[in-house]
Write a protein that binds this ligand. Structure first.
Ligand code: SF4
Ligand code: SF4
Length: 409
């Protein structure tokens, strides 16, 4: 019985994707496409078709919310039905996990392979042309995707000098491109200013500006959430002028914690919901091109994706202001501005990133494993308070570190 249902699901997806590809405009709501009681179809119908935007110099039309290879399969199916056509971390689909609608309509989708440094983590590892080349080939074999549209450097460069001096990743890309296996270069960029394990590390905005000026990459994923971030906002304007694509990541700062607070939720303006307000703001009130956002259930999928491309109502703007105020006291925006000022070289942003995985994404085992891999943890903090003066959101960093340690240790 389970097998039969699975086959019906696959047939359904083929029909829906074919209908979409054939230009059945006017929304998804054609009742014939959705069996009643089908929760994935119902979720997609509530969201409807997502708007698209041009991404970078290639001018590719990409859904304003992109998907990810680590989405639960039902969520990925719903996303396909709503027109999501760009897939971050598509290499995570291995062993037959690629959604049937993506494989069947491969040319309709942009699939990205995310490539890490080797011989360590994103701080201590190195670039290696042969290893990157082999990794992409191996993931092509395991996914059966045939080619990747984008080859992404995960975590990005440590500083501007590295952008120019180490071309190993670029060389691997160029070899693969010649073989028709990849098409575009992109990166996700974290900040490394003041990082004790990355000598000469610089901020994400500084590195990204150098990347755009270098002219080889087409687009980037950037840590971005509510609250003022003048340096990144300035970069977004620069990127747009240069026709360089931008995607926001790690957008739901503190949202998981807010949603567990009944009093906070009850105080939100009537008719608003946190993920919905967040996506309205990201997709209409910023200079971003696209957004990747983690959702954990079909209910959250509907709340989130139904806000894509819709303007902020007055209640949403008030909700964003409330979310910002709450997050500024509880959840780090990962800007790394505090990092150079810690005399104990505590990896503040890394620890508070892992705290977000645990408390906002509900992913405690991943967060604890990452925390266990740190060579210096939150209990190295002397509570001197030096860092707090450098935090744009005046986060009570020593308190947050202590709280993170109790969750992650
Ligand atoms: S309070 Fe802790 S994290 Fe902040 S600067 Fe002092 S030792 Fe470093
Ligand atoms: S603690 Fe503050 S300064 Fe440090 S990374 Fe987080 S938001 Fe930025």
């Amino acid at each position: 019985m389970k097998h039969t249902l699975h086959l019906k699901r696959r047939e359904f997806l083929r029909s829906a994707a074919a209908a979409a590809a054939a230009g059945m405009a006017g929304g998804l709501a054609g009742p014939s496409l959705f069996a009643s009681g089908d929760p994935v179809g119902e979720a997609a119908r509530k969201v409807d078709r997502l708007p698209r935007r041009k991404l970078g110099y290639s001018g590719r039309e990409v859904s304003v919310l992109i998907g990810a290879g680590d989405m639960a399969s039902a969520l990925a199916e719903a996303a396909v039905l709503c027109g999501v056509n760009y897939w971050h971390k598509a290499n995570r689909w291995s062993g037959g996990e690629v959604p049937a609608a993506v494989l069947k309509n491969r040319e309709e989708h942009y699939c990205q392979v995310t490539v890490d440094r080797v011989g360590g983590n994103h701080e201590t590892g190195r670039f290696d042309e042969e290893a990157h080349y082999d990794f992409v080939k191996e993931t092509l074999r395991s996914t059966g995707l045939g080619y990747f549209d984008d080859m992404q450097l995960h975590y990005g460069y440590h500083n501007r000098a590295e952008v120019k001096s180490d071309r190993s990743f670029i060389r691997a890309f160029e070899r693969l491109k010649k073989e028709g296996l990849v098409k575009h270069l992109c990166l996700s960029q974290h900040g490394y200013a003041g990082n004790a394990r990355v000598p000469g590390g610089e901020s994400a905005a500084a590195v990204l500006t150098a990347v755009v000026e270098d002219g080889l990459y087409e687009h980037a994923q950037i840590i971005y959430s509510y609250g003022q971030d003048a340096e990144i906002d300035s970069f977004l304007s620069f990127a747009r002028r240069k026709n360089f694509g931008t995607t926001a990541m790690k957008t739901a700062r503190g949202l998981g914690r807010m949603k567990q607070d009944g009093d906070f939720m009850a105080a939100l303006p009537e008719g608003t919901a946190p993920h919905n307000a967040l996506v309205r703001w990201l997709t209409t009130a910023t200079e971003l091109d696209t957004v990747v956002i983690r959702v954990r259930s079909l209910e959250e999928f509907v709340e989130t994706f139904s806000g894509a491309g819709k303007s902020l109502r007055s209640g949403d703007a008030r909700a964003i202001a409330m979310m910002t105020a709450r997050a500024d006291g509880t959840a780090c925006r990962l800007c790394t501005a505090c990092q150079p000022h810690c005399p104990r070289r505590v990896p503040i942003a890394e620890i508070l990133r892992f705290e977000r995985y645990a408390l906002d994404d509900g992913d405690r085992s991943k967060a604890r494993a990452l925390y266990a891999g740190l060579d210096r943890r939150a209990d190295a903090c002397a509570a001197c308070g030096t860092c707090v003066a450098h935090c744009p959101q005046s986060l009570p960093i020593p308190d947050r570190l202590a709280a993170a340690h109790s969750v992650l240790a």
